[in-house]
Design a protein around this ligand. Structure first.
Ligand code: SF4
Ligand code: MSK
Length: 634
């Protein structure tokens, strides 16, 4: 039986001190948070292992997780078919989320070029020319607008093309691409791949787990090398390629004497537009007239990560803190767009008299005020939100209690900048990184990414895993809520080099960089793919992505997007460890195929561990194996 809510120790729920304080306050206030529900509602033991199917009304059918081959579904589907179909649908959903986000960014880009959107412009023309060149679009002597329009049409194929290869495969190392071609998994267009994935996993279609996995890989690659990559590149072109900037994080960035507005979600346009409106002298004066010292715009989750890297905007916390931040009573408006927005935020916001505002027609929440953000007039929406926040500031009814903690760190490491720091040119080759890996100062590279989850102590595994990796000279690249876990723990400044092993510490101290580099939002994992491809292109570390001494991990994942990300890394050749839970039944052929079989075919592979020290051990062992194969294991 679940423990009564009040008996769950706050220290068992989170290592984030601010969130812990707000969980305690919520309990005093009688407000239930998702941590409490995760405890009260235990995960279904069959669903947790992904061993059930409800793809038709002859079921739902449940397998025996302790003896998975004891029975089959009413239609005869085996546990392997059921597991593969469920996994495929998670990848399809995750890919749909990233590609729909990317397509919205591409449409914004088109309307900026053709002059229909006037509030934004192309901020990084050099990146535009670089992306165009990488896709073999002629740039010599051509007007920016002409190149931009060609780029738009080329990138549109990422989503809509029904046959052929998506444009970004031109960036994939040759040998990796050859493997994909042989395996028949080069994506056509995301819509086609997602459609086929959904079709093949319907009742009575694809019932061979290996064949289903082929389409899982093709769909996931349409995310990583398609929708996500386009989204990152277009965001850089429109809003600027990030470069390192010192940022203040944690809930102490809220200020009692200011109009505090939280922006949460994923598409940068809402927060970019909010920044323009918050700088409007008339609105600033309105805030002062209401008795405030100013407007305090704060990001959360991935929207916040995206924009803080570009503009140095403060960030209040990750996914598991979005209800807790409302408990401060200091939030004068919370506004959201798409993805990772808990429906419960509305109820908690109501309790603290905080206006909760949705802005995207694709993501409304029952009962919430909806102010549609029209990209042709984004400021119309954001000005209205700020006016609502000012009016709430004026009439704050509940006492405000803001945790004092703030931490400073450095964020905004595009792959271009990582190379520059290591002694290359800003937009040059990755030679210095490769040299430091070959000479052993840097043992390897790890991507530690992904969500937090109320079924796992918030931030704990992210922080412990990363500490263990850098102690062993592994350079860590980060995105998403994981990046914020490390930022709150004070490990995103150059001072973190003191915790690194001697080789990595030497490199960090020489170039003045931290051993943990934050690359942005969860959609920006594509920056890691590009960095890895550059490492292959420069030479000395093998000739495909699977040869690199590299590994990835999402220790506290929760979203289907994380499964799509994990699988596009695996299909690209990377070893990926997931923590806390995995949608898999032990002792099945499908498990063996994902955890071993794919690697035998030249891809990466999946692994699972519940313990951050063990996750680190698995990743380091893999890195060492790759170093040995490259002959650089001295
Ligand atoms: Fe059961 Fe087969 Fe229908 Fe799934 S598709 S619910 S296993 S009968
Ligand atoms: S917000 S997908 S909880 S990283 Fe991108 Fe964080 Fe995971 Fe959402």
């Amino acid at each position: 039986m679940a423990k009564p809510l009040e008996l769950v120790n706050v220290e068992d729920l989170t290592i984030c001190d601010s969130t812990a304080q707000m969980i305690t306050k919520a309990r005093e206030d009688g407000v239930e948070l998702f941590f409490d529900r995760a405890n009260a509602m235990k995960a279904c033991p069959i669903g947790e292992k992904s061993a059930c199917c409800k793809h038709c009304s002859m079921g739902p059918c449940r397998m025996n997780v302790n003896s998975p081959y004891d029975r089959v579904g009413v239609c005869g589907a085996t546990v392997d078919t059921i597991l593969a179909r469920n996994f495929g649908r998670m990848v399809a959903a995750g890919t749909a989320a990233h590609t729909d986000h990317g397509m919205a960014m591409l449409e914004l880009f088109r309307d900026v070029i053709n002059g229909k959107v006037k509030d934004f412009a192309i901020k990084d023309p050099m990146k535009l020319y670089e992306v165009a060149t990488s896709l073999e679009i002629p740039t010599e002597g051509r007007e920016l607008k002409e190149v931009a329009m060609d780029l738009y049409h080329e990138l549109e194929r990422t989503y809509t093309q029904v046959d052929g290869e998506i444009p970004m495969v031109k960036r994939v190392p040759k040998k990796t691409l050859e493997l994909w071609r042989q395996a028949g998994i080069v994506p056509r267009g995301a819509m086609r791949e997602i459609m086929e994935m959904m079709h093949r996993t319907a009742i009575g279609v694809d019932q061979d787990y290996k064949n289903i996995t082929q389409q899982i890989s093709r769909t996931a690659l349409a995310d990583g090398w398609g929708g996500s990559m386009v989204s990152t590149d277009i965001s850089d072109i429109l809003f600027g390629t990030p470069s390192p900037v010192e940022i203040e994080v944690d809930m102490g960035v809220l200020k009692e004497d200011r109009v505090n507005i939280i922006v949460h979600g994923h598409e940068p346009i809402l927060l970019e537009a909010m920044m323009i409106s918050a700088a409007d002298p008339a609105l600033k004066q309105m805030a002062v007239d209401a008795g405030a010292k100013g407007i305090n715009l704060v990001g959360m989750c991935c929207s916040g990560l995206d924009v803080m890297s570009r503009h140095g905007l403060p960030h209040a916390g990750n996914f598991s803190s979005t209800e807790a931040v409302l408990v401060t009573g200091a939030v004068d408006a919370m506004t959201v767009d798409i993805q990772c927005i808990k429906q419960d935020l509305k109820r908690v916001a109501d309790f603290y008299d905080t206006p909760f505002i949705t802005t995207n027609y694709r993501a409304k929440i029952e009962g919430a005020l909806h102010i549609q953000l029209d990209e042709h007039d984004p400021l119309g929406c954001t000005e209205e939100i700020i006016i609502k926040a000012i009016s709430r500031f004026k009439t704050r009814k509940k006492p405000v209690r803001i945790p004092r903690k703030t931490v400073k760190g450095v964020h905004g490491f595009s792959y271009e900048y990582i190379n520059y720091m290591l002694g290359g040119s800003f937009r040059g080759s990755f030679t210095p990184l490769n040299d430091n890996i070959i000479n052993g100062r840097i043992r390897g590279v790890a991507g530690v990414v992904g969500c937090t989850n109320p079924r796992s102590k918030q931030d704990y595994s992210h922080v412990e895993l990363v500490k263990e990796l850098i102690r062993n000279d592994v350079l860590v690249l980060q995105t998403g809520c994981s990046q914020m876990a490390l930022a709150k723990a004070g490990l995103t400044g150059p001072g973190a080099a003191a915790l690194a092993g001697p080789g990595l510490a030497e490199v960090c101290e020489t170039v003045g960089m931290p051993p943990i580099l934050g690359l942005g939002a969860c959609v920006d994992n594509s920056r890691i793919l590009i960095a890895a491809s550059e490492m292959v292109r420069v030479g000395g570390l093998g000739d495909c992505l699977a040869d690199l001494p590299a590994a990835g991990c999402a220790p506290e994942w929760m979203s289907e997007k994380a499964i799509a990300i994990g699988h596009y890394f695996v299909a690209s050749g990377v070893y990926v460890v997931f923590g806390h839970t995995f949608p898999m039944t032990k002792g099945t052929q499908f498990e063996k195929y994902l955890f071993e079989g794919l690697e035998n075919e030249g891809f990466g592979k999946w692994a699972f561990s519940d313990d951050p020290k063990e996750m680190a051990r698995l990743m380091i062992a893999h890195i060492d194996e790759k170093r040995a194969a490259l002959g650089i294991d001295k």
